[in-house]
Design a protein around this ligand. Structure first.
Ligand SMILES: NC(=O)c1ccc[n+]([C@@H]2O[C@H](COP(=O)([O-])OP(=O)(O)OC[C@H]3O[C@@H](n4cnc5c(N)ncnc54)[C@H](O)[C@@H]3O)[C@@H](O)[C@H]2O)c1
Length: 364
């Protein structure tokens, strides 16, 4: 989208300015943080997204992935990421970093200032990768793991200098969505948490630092509950997968992008606020409407039904086309929120301010 076609910023009312998110942390640049090169372990959906975010921020990437096709896939994802960023922002971006293929995890971690692990969700694979890479990295190099739910205490147990491992759990597409959950393990130092959060912030992200570890962290606990219920609705023939998506995207999903669940429900309580909302809808939790932790058996029949409905929903579009559609929609949402200087839009606006400052520093 050209800059002049972008949605206009509406006047900010007093209510919005008084409702701004908690004072945002200062955004330092990667250069200020001494970050010029990152090591990536795994370059699939998530590792490729991390590669794009680092490269677009001017950071060189050393990537280890045993898949011979990994570089092609990352290049394709990077092309989509650059397309999305061109539409997203007019702020001056640094010269793109270089993607370097590493033959081993040790090679990926040698000479870098940060490592992000995004290997398959398998504790043993991750532990041995982290053990190997941590031998080769300098002792002060912090490691982030993209795991969706494995406890960081388990992941750090075989590492050299385990105190530098945090979970840095991102969301797909990593190059557009700002959230990254930062979760320390029992042996993680507070300095590592601070360093990881500063680095993620320098890439335009919003680190959400958890106080202590729990499987699935915060976001995936919420998402899993929703997903499990969706599978039941398909299993029981109540709704197709397209109807399930419609139930979110025409309604609650629009609210979630700005206010999440809790603030939305406060408003749903009207003048009585949250207390009234709880009184009105709280009893339904006891009935309950949902199946809670019961899981439908993933029979061939259910998997076939899901696959067929999903193919029909995608209507022949391949994954890169779907990514572009998703990215265009996300860019629109992020720009709308930026106009309000609210939620993810506030993170984007602050990051753009820092990009402008970096550009000014570089040219002075
Ligand atoms: N897909 C998501 O939406 C999502 C979101 C957040 C976090 N995650 C987490 O990110 C991690 C990666 O997930 P993904 O979706 O990118 O999976 P993926 O299957 O797309 O990618 C995994 C990549 O790891 C590579 N790999 C396999 N063995 C390896 C090894 N020993 N060393 C290095 N690389 C190896 C594979 O070749 C592949 O390219 C998982 O821990 C997952 O839980 C996924």
């Amino acid at each position: 989208m050209c800059a002049s076609c972008r949605p206009q910023t509406y006047a900010t009312s007093w209510a919005w300015s008084s409702m701004a998110d908690a004072t945002p942390e200062a955004v330092q640049s990667p250069k200020q943080l001494g970050l010029a090169k990152a090591g990536l372990l795994g370059g699939g959906v998530i590792g490729g997204g991390w590669a794009a975010r680092f490269l677009i921020n001017g950071i060189d990437v050393q990537l280890f992935d045993p898949d011979p096709e990994a570089e092609r896939k990352v290049d394709e994802m990077l092309a989509n990421a650059r397309r999305a960023w061109t539409a997203l922002t007019d702020a001056p971006l640094p010269v793109q970093g270089s993607l370097i293929r590493a033959a081993t995890p040790q090679e990926a971690a040698a000479g870098v200032q940060f490592v992000q692990e995004s290997a398959p969700e398998d504790e043993q694979i991750k532990r041995s990768l982290l053990a190997a890479a941590s031998e080769a990295a300098g002792p002060d190099v912090v490691f982030g793991s993209s795991t969706s739910g494995i406890l960081p205490t388990l992941l750090q147990s075989d590492m050299t200098h385990p105190e530098r491992l945090v979970v840095g759990h991102p969301f797909n597409p990593v190059y557009l969505l700002p959230l990254v959950e930062v979760c320390p393990g029992k042996n993680t130092s507070s300095e590592s948490v601070t360093r990881a959060a500063d680095i993620y912030r320098s890439l335009g992200m919003k680190p959400l630092v958890l106080q202590h570890e729990i499987e699935g962290f915060v976001a995936d606990r919420l998402l899993e509950a929703l997903w499990r219920e969706a599978l039941w609705l398909v299993n029981d023939g109540v709704a197709t997968i397209e109807q399930i998506d419609d139930a979110i995207r025409y309604g609650a999903g629009l609210r979630w992008a700005s206010m999440g669940t809790m603030l939305t429900y406060r408003i749903a309580g009207g003048e009585g606020g949250m207390r009234h909302f709880m009184a009105q809808f709280g009893p339904a939790l006891q009935w309950p409407w949902s199946k809670l932790t019961d899981v439908p058996e993933l029979t061939d029949q259910l998997l076939d039904r899901i696959e067929q409905q999903s193919d029909a929903q995608a209507a022949g579009a391949d994954v890169r086309e779907l990514e572009r559609l998703r990215d265009d929609c996300l860019v629109g949402v992020l720009q709308g929120l930026r106009g309000r200087d609210y939620a993810a839009g506030a993170v984007l606006k602050q990051y753009e301010t820092s990009l402008v400052q970096r550009g000014a520093d570089a040219s002075s």
